[in-house]
Write a protein of this length. Structure first.
Length: 344
């Protein structure tokens, strides 16, 4: 078997979302592949749809049902346990891809000897093959045999796991699996996966369509999602220690952890949650400081975090209460300016 495509599915039956995804997989031009669809205890008709595709495409589509909801990470792990392909790919069940995507990715791998190949994706809010807002998922300088410089770049700008294809040994020989029961599972293992590769190739072409809708994980902010993001941040650190690359890439891991665990979570929480828990914010700040006491001196932090955020982060590190009061006052003032003067 050349390729295994793993599709975690949860309540995607409505509006033809799941069908559009699966149709794009059925249309792949590469020969000798399987599509492992894993229903994560859906409460809608998703599993019935998966069974229809299994019946329509015998030997190509496999429908698996999990009695327990394990989130996408758990569903992907089930898929990995069943995968027979020389190559592994993942796709979210509300997204879709070009018919030639996997043929091109694996073709590039076979031409160059790469064990991981990625491409670009686009953001879209309509079910079509019309290219939406393009998102570059890699850099030309990351391509080739992976040395120290390329690995640092991949940690900092890893791109998405779903727009890459991986030689099966990357997962099977390392034992890497996704964390279960949380969102942001890809973030937790991304570094560990990328650093298992020896040769990466990047194709600067949009072949993956990332569907934007209100139920998307990135559009939903809650205390639970913030805690999941923090758990994924801990996963970054745990894997760096487990696989022995923390000290080699400490500045990059520090910055990545700081952004996921703390910066993005902190400001998402302030925007999304009505009641601000001082103890939750304080715990977040303290845990960051415990993991990386010198995070603010990190050169990537200095370069990539804007001045206003740095100011507020420094304030939170000194006093959570002062930070929350300042943030609320700033937000109120900005809303007032926008409402009365049209200024942000």
């Amino acid at each position: 078997m050349k390729l295994s495509i793993i599709v975690p599915v949860y309540n995607m039956a409505s509006d033809g979302k799941l069908n559009y995804c699966l149709d794009s997989l059925a249309a792949q031009t590469i020969s000798d592949y399987e599509v492992i669809t894993v229903d994560d205890a859906s409460t809608d008709e998703s599993f019935s749809i998966l069974l229809e595709y299994e019946k329509k495409y015998p030997g190509k589509f496999k429908a698996v049902h999990s009695e327990v909801n394990k989130r996408q990470g758990g569903a992907k792990n089930i898929g990995l346990s069943l995968a027979k392909g020389e190559w592994i790919g993942f796709i979210d069940s509300d997204d879709w891809i070009l018919p030639t995507m996997y043929e091109k990715l694996i073709g590039r791998a076979e031409e160059t000897g790469a064990d991981m190949v990625g491409c670009d994706y686009c953001l879209t809010d309509e079910h079509s093959m019309k290219i939406g807002k393009r998102v570059e998922n890699g850099k030309a300088e990351q391509s080739g045999v992976l040395g120290n410089k390329q690995c640092r770049s991949l940690i900092l700008d890893s791109g998405s796991l779903v727009v890459k294809v991986y030689r099966r040994e990357i997962f099977m020989d390392s034992g890497i699996r996704f964390p279960e029961h949380i969102f942001y599972e890809d973030n937790a293992i991304s570094d560990a996966v990328l650093l298992q590769a020896h040769h990466y190739e990047y194709i600067p072409e949009v072949m993956y369509f990332y569907y934007q809708h209100e139920a998307s994980t990135v559009h939903t902010i809650s205390r639970e999602r913030c805690e999941d993001r923090m758990a994924a941040g801990r996963g970054i650190l745990e894997n760096a220690k487990k696989f022995g690359y923390l000290e080699t890439y400490r500045p990059e891991i520090c910055f990545e952890y700081t952004m996921l665990f703390y910066v993005n979570t902190l400001f998402s929480y302030m925007v999304g949650e009505g009641h601000k828990s001082l103890s939750f914010i304080r715990k977040m700040g303290n845990e960051l400081k415990e993991a990386f006491p010198d995070f603010a001196d990190n050169p990537y932090y200095q370069e990539r975090v804007n001045a206003e955020q740095k100011k507020m982060i420094a304030m939170q590190q000194r006093s959570t209460a002062a930070f929350v009061l300042y943030y609320k006052a700033l937000w109120t003032w900005r809303n007032f300016r926008k409402k009365h003067f049209g200024k942000k």
